[in-house]
Design a protein around this ligand. Structure first.
Ligand SMILES: [Fe+2]
Length: 301
C-alpha cells in the first residue's frame, strides 16, 4: 500500500517506458483506419455493457455529453470527429498518445485544452483490468464530461495547476484532487448520488461498487481534506468524495491552491478509508470489502 501511494503521482500519468517519442508533445496519429475488426469488437462489448449500466447511475451531464458526441457501439470513435464537436462546444480536442506520458507533457496538453487519449484498446481477455488508460477509458469515461463547460474549465485549470505544483514539489497533493474528482468523483443530484468520474464511469464493477456497495465511505468533498488523503490505484476506492454539484468544480478552477499547500505542509496524511470527526459523511462504509482483501492477502503470505 505504502509503495503504491508513493508511486501514485507517477502512476497517474506516469513516466512512459520505452523509447523517446517522435514528437515532443508525445502525440501520435490515431491511425483510425488501422483498427482491426477485433479491436472494434472489444469496443462494442465495453460500450454496450457500460451503456446499459449507466442510466440512473451517471450524472445528467455525462448522459447529455454522450448523447451529443459521435460515439456509438459499432466502432472505436475517430478522434478527428470527436474533436470537431468538442471544439464547437467547449474548445477542447482529443489527441492520441501511445499510453502513459510524462506528467509535464500531460499537464501541458490539458492547459491547452487538449485531452491526451490512449490510442490502443485493451485485449479481449483483460476487459476489466487495465495497466494504462486505453481508448475506452479515455474516450468513453472522460470525453462526455469535457462537453460540459464547467468540467472543460476545471480540467484546463488542473493542467495549469499541475505545471505549478511540479515546481512547488506538491504534485502528490494536487494529484489527489484530480483522482477524487475527475477520475473517481461522485456528485449529489436531485435524484441521488451519481457518477461523474471517468475511472468509475468506464468501469463495470466500480460503477456498482461506488454507488451501491455498503463498503466504501461517501464523504462530502472538501479540498484540504482531499489533498491530505491517499488513494488506491490498484483496487476500488475505500472512500469516494461527493460534490454538491458541478459548480463546486468551477470554484476550484478559480481559487489559488497556494495557501492550501502551505497549510497542509507537514501535516499528517489520511489513509484512504479513514473517516474524520470533521467529515460531512453522506454514507459511512462498513469497510468490509477492503478488510476481506487485506485478510486474504495476509493469509497468503
Ligand atoms: Fe482517466
Amino acid at each position: 500500500m505504502i509503495e503504491s501511494v508513493e508511486r501514485e503521482a507517477k502512476e497517474l500519468h506516469g513516466l512512459a517506458a520505452g523509447s523517446a517519442p517522435e514528437r515532443a508533445d508525445w502525440t501520435i496519429d490515431q491511425g483510425w483506419d488501422n483498427y482491426s475488426p477485433a479491436e472494434h469488437a472489444v469496443w462494442k462489448v465495453l460500450f454496450e455493457r457500460q451503456s446499459k449500466l449507466l442510466p440512473g447511475r451517471a450524472c445528467d451531464e455525462f448522459v447529455q455529453g454522450m448523447k451529443n458526441l459521435p460515439i456509438g457501439p459499432e466502432q472505436i470513435p475517430d478522434f478527428r470527429r470527436l474533436s470537431e464537436v468538442l471544439m464547437q462546444r467547449t474548445g477542447w480536442q482529443v489527441v492520441a498518445v501511445p499510453g502513459l506520458v510524462p506528467d509535464e507533457v500531460f499537464f501541458e496538453h490539458l492547459a491547452n485544452r487538449r485531452f491526451p487519449a490512449g490510442q490502443f484498446i485493451r485485449k479481449p481477455h483483460e476487459l476489466d483490468y487495465l495497466e494504462e488508460p486505453d481508448v475506452f477509458h479515455d474516450v468513453f469515461g472522460h470525453v462526455p464530461m469535457l462537453m460540459n463547460p464547467v468540467i472543460a474549465d476545471y480540467i484546463q485549470a488542473y493542467g495549469r495547476g499541475g505545471l505549478r505544483a511540479q515546481k512547488l514539489g506538491v504534485l502528490d497533493k494536487l494529484a489527489r484532487v484530480y483522482w477524487y474528482t475527475v477520475e473517481f468523483g461522485l456528485v449529489q443530484q436531485a435524484d441521488g448520488v451519481r457518477i461523474y468520474g471517468a475511472g468509475i464511469a468506464s468501469s463495470l464493477t466500480e460503477s456498482i461498487f461506488s454507488l451501491e456497495d455498503p463498503s466504501p465511505n461517501r464523504i462530502a468533498f472538501d479540498l484540504e481534506r482531499v489533498m491530505r488523503t491517499r488513494y488506491r490505484i490498484d483496487d476500488f476506492q475505500e472512500s469516494y468524495f461527493v460534490i454538491d454539484g458541478l459548480d463546486q468544480l468551477l470554484e476550484l478552477a478559480h481559487i489559488d491552491f497556494g495557501p492550501f499547500y502551505d497549510r497542509i505542509d507537514g501535516q499528517v496524511e489520511h489513509e484512504p478509508g479513514t473517516v474524520l470527526p470533521t467529515d460531512r459523511v453522506i454514507s459511512r462504509g462498513t469497510g468490509q470489502y477492503h478488510r476481506e482483501r487485506r485478510n486474504t492477502a495476509k493469509a497468503s503470505i
